[in-house]
Write a protein that binds this ligand. Structure first.
Ligand code: BJW
Ligand code: ZN
Length: 270
């Protein structure tokens, strides 16, 4: 669905800001996948609704009841198999090709940015499709077929865990370092579909602002970032981002095609 007509001047203004920016960094959250049918974490219909995050997304929860935690993640994997990227994901993939100095940082673990054609994705909260051994750290990509079986390591046979970042865990160092660098050095930061409640990812907008960047938020609801942002677009990303990127034109900055260069956590972590 196209963006509401009354928003067009605002979207044109954002396109103008993007046109003038050399280094653009985008931070996305669960809201960007909402129009693909992936539930967000907080709010009505969110994954956490009726549950406390600490009961599922912590190392302590996994240690005390790995089966219950795995049931949650296997349920989400099954749901994701039916989800496809939406126009917001595709718009960000097009933006990367139009602007060579573009970096995409995502808190999402669903892989939909890569499916949409984004090539360089800093996945700061990991990847739901990775099984990581709790003993030797060996990582394997799930085939996404067996939703009944709790994964075990192909090398040592120990219990695996999902390759995501839980509360109280460090973000993958290499990915996080690159994300901070991209935030500090951009002249425009686009923050789309995140409640800006979870740290340290939420601090990236502050890092960008401290470096003098213009901050643009895309979110139908107000967040703690809204009043700090230079521009707030109160609309779904699947409707507003395509219009913004369409209006960008070519900018004379088309990036050459190159093989996928995904940055998603790299090293096995314990
Ligand atoms: C739309 C839309 C549409 C809807 N279009 N928009 C500083 C201060 C306070 C606390 C801390 C702090 N530093 C660290 C902490 C602790 C903690 C934390 O942040 N807690 C807060 C809850 C207070 N952080 C951590 O523990 C992190 N680690 C860490 O800091 O390590 C250092 C350390 C170690 C030891 C001790 C202390 C420090 C790790 C955080 C890991 C987060 N993990 C999760 C789960 C990942 C795995 C999984 O998927 O299961 O990541 S939690 C969950 O939240 C997930 C998300 O990536 C993350 C962010 O959520 P997101 O994406 O913003 O989604 P929602 O649902 O919150 O919002 C959706 C938004 O979309 C809404 O605003 C909607 O309006 C909008 N929307 N439709 C556009 N169509
Ligand atoms: Zn192992």
């Amino acid at each position: 669905m196209a963006a509401n007509d009354s928003l067009l001047p605002l979207l044109e203004h954002v396109a103008e800001l993007l046109r003038g920016a050399e280094h653009i960094t985008c931070l996305t959250g669960a809201g960007v996948s909402a129009e693909s049918g992936v539930p967000t974490f907080r709010g009505v219909g969110g994954l956490w609704e009726g549950r406390r995050p600490e009961t599922l997304a912590t190392p302590e929860a996994f240690a005390s009841d790995p089966e219950e935690v795995w049931r949650f993640y296997l349920w989400r994997r099954r749901l994701l198999l039916a989800c496809k990227p939406n126009p917001g994901h595709y718009a960000l993939a097009r933006l990367e090709r139009k602007k060579p100095g573009f970096t995409l940082i995502t808190q999402n673990v669903d892989g939909l940015h890569v499916q949409a054609g984004s090539r360089r994705v800093l996945a700061v909260h990991g990847d739901i499709w990775i099984d990581r051994c709790t003993r030797c750290g060996q990582e394997a990509r799930s085939t996404g077929e067996d939703f009944e079986r709790i994964p075990h390591c192909g090398l040592c046979g120990a219990l695996a865990r999902p390759g995501v970042v839980w509360f109280g865990e460090l973000l993958p160092t290499d990915v996080w370092t690159q994300a901070e660098r991209a935030a500090a050095s951009c002249d425009l930061m686009l923050v789309a579909g995140t409640s800006s409640l979870v740290y340290p990812a939420a601090s990236l907008a502050d890092v960008a602002r401290a470096g003098g960047a213009t901050v643009v938020e895309v979110n139908p609801e107000a967040t703690p970032l809204t009043s700090e942002a230079d521009v707030a677009v109160p609309a779904p990303s699947g409707q507003s981002l395509p219009t913004i990127v369409d209006r960008l034109g070519d900018s004379g900055n088309r990036a050459p095609c190159r093989p996928a260069d995904r940055v998603d956590g790299g090293q096995p972590r314990q």
